[in-house]
Design a protein around this ligand. Structure first.
Ligand code: KIV
Ligand code: ZN
Length: 527
């Protein structure tokens, strides 16, 4: 009998913690719908107490989804109550609470003497807090997950003790995170083996693995965990997440599927939705999928050398261990043009997994016509890029109203911009070392800011001479890094959009911080 592996997708929580990624409520709801089409078992929709946007996203996803929806919370009553508030309309709500368990985390995060003086005292406080949190969470719902943060570096004796206690308190899933991506596959496998053998009530619950990719071992570690008793794997689309990211969903799922002759496990993932989901997550987060990325990279099914090409032409299986169709790469390119009409556009967007509102449809249709005028043939990737464009889906605070840039081998690069906010119009000109520098200087002058450009890259996202250009950049505001992405067939305009998007994220965070203060008071009051 093959055994099922539960796929717990944390793209919207851990994945969103990727440096530079920030998703709006709208983007999260769209991604959650696509995750349902992919047929994941659990969607971790966010960390509700951490901000009003997180709360709202978890709530909106809970309101409409049939899946198990998880909300993360620390081992604190206020976090748990807030998580449940966000999850309360879910058909299958799961409260996911966590405590740090490694010595290094306990000493670092519980350094205050109120948690005890010695390490031993602090560990017993953490154990009590964890048990109390699980018991409290249990008063709201039956499905409770407990994570022992940094379990990968936690001493096995203490880990087993805390696991047994939280199971006794009502936890139904126990997650073993390799938070720092430190372990080797055989080590993590042994940890699961020990837990299975030492914890006496372990058969009451599902064991789960949550592996980070700091040493590039997250998927291998997850498979080793499965071989030693894990029946739930936490992972993200494209492997995005904190630092080097999390175990990649598509790699894990396809590994189990392609090598089914040597393993006894299956998932319920609809693998033909992998490609669409990967592209959607990339376009909303602005995190590019590296070309050589396993399964979903552009080169994953490309054969460059003559010998390989010859082999594949004669028999695909010579160099392909899975088919592009098995992950949903379309066989032929669907091309839309100006004459495809609104209806054609809407139905193609639907096939790609998007559900634009009436207003978004109007915006995307206008952008589509604009693009079709410039490049005649509009490909799926162009549409995905349009759908990920801020101007279509949310109302940015600063919008570009006018842009003029002069450059050439005999001209001093000069830019003039007019930017509108809901209250004001800002206009300025500036010169620079090149057209992009002149543009950024003009925006800085207009808005009276001076962020540092930490990185800037431009690439063509679709094919052909009139391809869409995508600019990705990272700005540093004080000690904060924010990403921006812009798209246009004109790379100067794309640069302007990317720069303004990062600035808009900064404005948004400032507004949210202000709002957070009121929000904190509000939840403190509720608590
Ligand atoms: O990596 C980690 O430890 C986590 C937990 C909160 C599950 O993300
Ligand atoms: Zn994590």
């Amino acid at each position: 009998m093959r055994e099922k592996i539960i796929i717990f997708d944390t793209t919207l929580r851990d994945g969103e913690q990727s440096p530079g990624a920030s998703l709006s409520v709208h983007d999260k709801v769209e991604i959650a719908r696509q995750l349902s089409r992919l047929n994941v078992d659990v969607i971790e929709a966010g960390f509700p107490v951490s901000s009003p946007t997180q709360f709202e996203a978890v709530k909106r996803i809970s309101d409409e989804s049939d899946k198990i929806i998880a909300g993360l919370c620390r081992a604190k009553e206020i976090d748990i109550k807030t998580a449940y508030d966000a999850l309360r309309n879910a058909k299958h709500p799961r409260i996911h609470t966590f405590s740090s368990t490694s010595d290094i985390h306990v000493l670092g995060k519980f350094s205050d003497s109120k948690y005890g003086i010695s390490l031993k005292e602090k560990k017993s406080t953490v154990l009590k807090m964890s048990v109390d949190a699980v018991a409290f969470a249990k008063t709201f719902t039956s499905d409770i997950e407990f994570s022992a943060e940094d379990a990968g570096r936690t001493d096995i004796g203490y880990l087993c003790e805390i696991i047994e206690a939280v199971i006794e308190a009502g936890a139904t899933t126990i997650n073993i995170p390799d938070t720092t991506g430190y372990t080797f596959p055989h080590e993590l496998g042994n940890k699961f083996y020990e837990i299975k053998n030492r914890v006496k009530n372990i058969n009451k619950i599902i064991l789960s693995a949550h592996c980070h990719n700091d040493l590039g071992l997250a998927v291998a570690n997850s498979i080793s965990a499965i071989n030693n008793g894990a029946r739930q794997i936490e992972c993200t689309i494209n492997g995005i997440g904190e630092r080097a990211g999390n175990a990649s969903l598509e790699e894990l799922v396809m590994a189990l599927k392609v090598r089914k002759e040597i393993n006894n496990y299956y998932t319920d993932i609809n693998t033909t939705e992998i490609y669409n989901t990967s592209r959607m997550v990339s376009s909303y987060t602005g995190i590019i999928v590296q070309p050589n990325k396993a399964i979903v990279g552009d080169n994953a099914f490309a054969h460059e050398s003559g010998i390989h090409q010859d082999g594949v032409l004669k028999d695909k299986s010579t160099y392909e261990i899975m088919t592009p169709e098995s992950i949903g790469v379309p066989k032929s390119k669907i091309i839309l043009g100006r004459h495809s009409g609104r209806h054609g556009l809407k139905s193609r967007l639907k096939e790609l997994g998007y559900h634009p509102s009436e207003e978004e449809m109007q915006n995307v249709y206008e952008s589509f016509l604009d693009l079709a005028d410039k490049k005649k043939e509009v490909f799926d990737d162009d549409l995905r890029m349009l759908m990920g464009d801020e101007e279509i889906t949310h109302s940015a605070y600063y919008k570009i109203d006018y842009l003029n840039v002069i450059s050439g081998n005999a001209a001093i690069p000069t830019a003039t911009v007019r930017i509108k906010s809901p209250e004001n119009v800002f206009e300025e000109s500036s010169t620079g070392d090149g057209p992009v520098d002149a543009l950024f200087n003009a925006i800085d002058r207009a808005l009276n800011i001076k962020p540092t450009v930490e990185s800037y890259s431009v690439r063509s996202v679709t094919s052909g001479r009139q391809a869409l250009g995508e600019v990705n950049l990272r700005l540093k505001f004080g000690n904060k890094y924010l990403g921006g992405r812009g798209l246009s067939t004109d790379i100067i305009e794309a640069s302007c959009k990317a720069y303004l998007q990062a600035i808009n994220h900064d404005v948004f965070l400032k507004m949210e911080n202000q709002f957070d203060y009121e929000y904190e008071n509000q939840i403190r009051f509720r608590g």
